[in-house]
Design a protein around this ligand. Structure first.
Ligand SMILES: [Zn+2]
Length: 112
């Protein structure tokens, strides 16, 4: 039985990093609740910023979700197994990105 202690540590620190990022984004987007008296150009810039923040927020939340999935797989078993095809995910892939839940083949399929 293989131990994933090191990977678990990696995942936990990644999770902390992303959680902090989400908090920072949320604090940032609270800032804009000051009285809106801006001209159109400024408003447009603000909206673009919000879109960027929202995208970053989504991405970070998605990451936390993936990390949580990986962590619960470590706890309950099934970690390192592709959730799509059931093949073992190569160790070097897990080491490079411990939160992946798909093997390279399936990841390529879903991203293309
Ligand atoms: Zn697969």
């Amino acid at each position: 039985m293989e131990s994933f202690d090191k990977i678990k540590q990696q995942l936990l620190s990644l999770r902390e990093e992303y959680t902090k990022r989400i908090e920072a984004i949320q604090i940032d987007s609270h800032h804009k609740e000051e009285p809106v008296e801006k001209d159109f150009a400024e408003q447009a810039t603000q909206r673009e910023n919000d879109d960027v923040l929202a995208a970053l927020d989504d991405e970070a939340q998605h990451m936390v979700l993936q990390i949580d999935t990986a962590l619960s797989q470590i706890e309950q078993g099934g970690y390192g197994i592709c959730t799509s095809c059931g093949e073992a995910i190569p160790h070097d892939r897990l080491q490079a990105a411990p939160f992946v839940t798909l093997c390279i083949r399936c990841a390529e399929k879903t991203s293309s």
